[in-house]
Design a binder for this molecule. Structure first.
Ligand SMILES: NC(=O)c1ccc[n+]([C@@H]2O[C@H](COP(=O)([O-])OP(=O)(O)OC[C@H]3O[C@@H](n4cnc5c(N)ncnc54)[C@H](O)[C@@H]3O)[C@@H](O)[C@H]2O)c1
Length: 394
């Protein structure tokens, strides 16, 4: 096979760990994937020379820590600021090529569309897009250009969620009656890390969407209606007029015609000294039993004078080894490496793009999570009224 070129759009926290002690998830995954010597160029596109410069420093450090040699070109190269730079890079890249889109939510649709239209296999961080209109257009362009396009729903690779899926689909706990999800993160996420674009999203869209996808993945049920309510408090008091917390209720229908509900409670105003980045739990009660998964308390507690009590999640994106010999493992790494492996198989002709449906979080699969998200956002704007999800069918 010819070399596979990779272009990454976005150079922020998730790509390079900018603004954190770590190195994000995308570049550690690319570092791991490159260990297998699959050749091809890597290009990273941001909006300004200054911001990609910060990412470059982080990534240089990461490469030394991992002891991987990868040549990377950063854009914009000759201009101080150019938010349209991705167009030039994508249209010039030689194929086969894969694109990883990792920019603020409101730009996912436009950039992913451009990548697919230019014949690039494309992975987009969640949510694919906040509206069904955008998702419909994205599916159309993906099919027309016969490229493989997926959403980076990494929780589908978490063993705890695979166990949840098998438990439900295997009938072990009978028919699901209700799901309860609690998912929250620290105050600095909306107030510092995403300050620039936080007002274009909300906490359900940022966190809740993950479990909407997991419930769909684990049940294959169809969402029928949704409602949501939210509270403004701490963030509003700091001058950002957005919800501290959003709670959504979704009614689903199984292929058997039986219905269940899911109650997804989210916030991003957890104290800074909470013991984990993500406080996350899911439980489902069925007619024959229950399944409970504490996805915050993964069994490790580290207590130090410096940092107090920490309960890290070793299963998402964790560094193992010492500087100069570090490898990254976890479901975040697997999700990105799997996409690239799939692209290689498609390019070799050993699998077809259509074979991915039902097996991976393809653009088509994410029609469900966006249908729910759109209903939740509409309900929030309409005093919590129930919104029927009748636009589900493509
Ligand atoms: N941070 C996480 O843990 C995480 C996890 C999963 C998914 N995500 C998703 O990833 C996306 C980005 O999150 P982040 O944490 O990296 O945010 P961030 O604010 O740290 O980074 C956003 C990046 O997008 C770049 N960007 C903005 N407009 C652009 C344009 N026109 N062309 C090229 N680059 C552009 C910015 O320069 C910046 O580098 C969001 O949709 C978020 O929901 C983040």
């Amino acid at each position: 096979m010819k070399p596979l070129n990779i272009v990454i759009i976005g150079a922020g926290m998730y790509v390079s760990g900018r603004g954190t002690d770590g190195y994000g998830t995308v570049m550690p995954a690319i570092g791991e994937w490159k260990r297998n010597n699959i050749s091809g160029d890597i290009q990273i596109v941001g909006t300004s020379r200054e911001s990609v410069g910060i990412a470059r420093n982080k990534i240089d450090e990461l490469k030394r820590n991992m002891r991987v040699e990868i040549a990377i070109r950063y854009f914009p190269e000759d201009e101080d600021y150019n938010p349209r730079c991705f167009r030039e890079v994508i249209s010039k890249i030689s194929k086969p090529a894969a694109c990883i889109v990792c920019v603020p939510d409101n730009l996912h649709g436009e950039i992913a569309y451009f990548a697919a239209e230019n014949g690039l296999h494309t992975l987009v961080v969640k949510p694919l897009a906040p509206t069904l209109e955008e998702v419909r257009a994205l599916i159309e362009v993906q099919e027309k250009n016969k490229v493989y396009c997926a959403v980076e729903f990494h929780k589908r690779f978490d063993h705890a969620n695979l166990k949840l899926r098998d438990t439900i689909l295997g009938g072990v706990i009978g028919d699901p009656l209700y799901f309860l999800v609690e998912y929250s993160q620290r105050k600095n996420v909306p107030s510092e890390r995403f300050k620039k674009w936080v007002e274009t999203t909300n906490v359900f869209q940022y966190l809740g969407i993950h479990y909407v996808d997991i419930i769909y993945f684990a049940t294959k049920a169809v969402p029928k209606r949704a409602m949501a309510t939210g509270q403004k408090g701490w963030l509003a008091s700091k001058g950002t007029d957005i919800y501290d917390s959003v709670q959504g209720v979704i009614e689903w229908e199984m292929s058997s015609g039986k219905k269940f509900s899911s109650h997804i409670l989210t916030n991003w105003i957890d104290p800074e000294n909470t013991s984990a980045m993500s406080d996350q739990k899911i439980k489902v009660i069925g007619t024959k039993g229950r399944f409970e998964s504490d996805q915050k308390k993964r069994g490790i507690t580290i207590i130090t004078d410096e940092k107090g009590i920490e309960e890290p999640n070793p299963y998402f994106c964790s560094a193992y080894g010492q500087k100069g010999d570090i490898s990254y493992r976890g479901y975040g790494i697997e999700s990105i490496c799997r996409f690239l492996d799939d692209v290689v198989q498609i390019e070799k002709g050993t699998v077809r793009v259509e074979d991915m449906e039902g097996k991976r979080p393809t653009f088509k699969e994410s029609f469900v999570s966006t249908a729910v998200l759109e209903a939740i956002n509409t309900s929030l704007e309409n005093a919590g009224t129930w919104i029927t999800i009748d636009k589900y069918k493509l």
